[in-house]
Design a protein. Structure first.
Length: 154
């Protein structure tokens, strides 16, 4: 439905061949899936005249797209290559438990709201790229010492 949503932005009705081409699959397989989605009320499907999302289908497509984008952003934050993150997000959006997905979305939103990249995220990216775990910045220990009123091990 996410693809239908994207394709429908470009043209009023999406045809079986548009979807088959995008997924590189047989149009007959697409027809079968569209018929099922139509019977469940997610799309308006008319053979040979194209497909549109229903209100119900559009709502789910938008939610799925948001999940996909947040998962992709999460993976890129972790240092995953963008193309790999795109593919992984596509699979993950369908298998993660809703509470896990909610936590990932909130994590990404927290990081997005920060004007600076948190030191620990930079540290993780360096580790992912080099395979060498960088030391925690010394001033972090001092800051926590002042805040907590106790020493922590470096």
């Amino acid at each position: 439905m996410e693809l239908l949503y994207d394709l429908q932005k470009k043209k009023e009705k999406v045809h079986t061949n548009d979807i088959a081409h995008a997924f590189d699959i047989n149009p007959a397989s697409v027809t079968e899936a569209l018929q099922k989605l139509g019977s469940e009320g997610y799309i308006n499907y008319e053979k040979y005249s194209g497909t549109t999302l229903t209100k119900k289908g559009k709502k789910i497509a938008i939610e799925t797209k948001k999940k996909h984008e947040k998962l992709k952003e999460f993976l890129v934050l972790l240092g995953v290559d963008k193309k790999i993150a795109e593919k992984d997000a596509c699979e993950m959006e369908h298998i993660l438990h809703p509470s896990t997905m909610n936590s990932v979305i909130k994590f990404v939103e927290v990081v997005d709201k920060c004007e600076i990249i948190p030191f620990w995220l930079e540290r993780l990216r360096k580790y992912v790229n080099t395979g060498k775990l960088p030391d925690c910045p010394a001033d972090i220990y001092d800051m926590y010492h002042k805040k907590l009123g106790k020493k922590i091990k470096k």
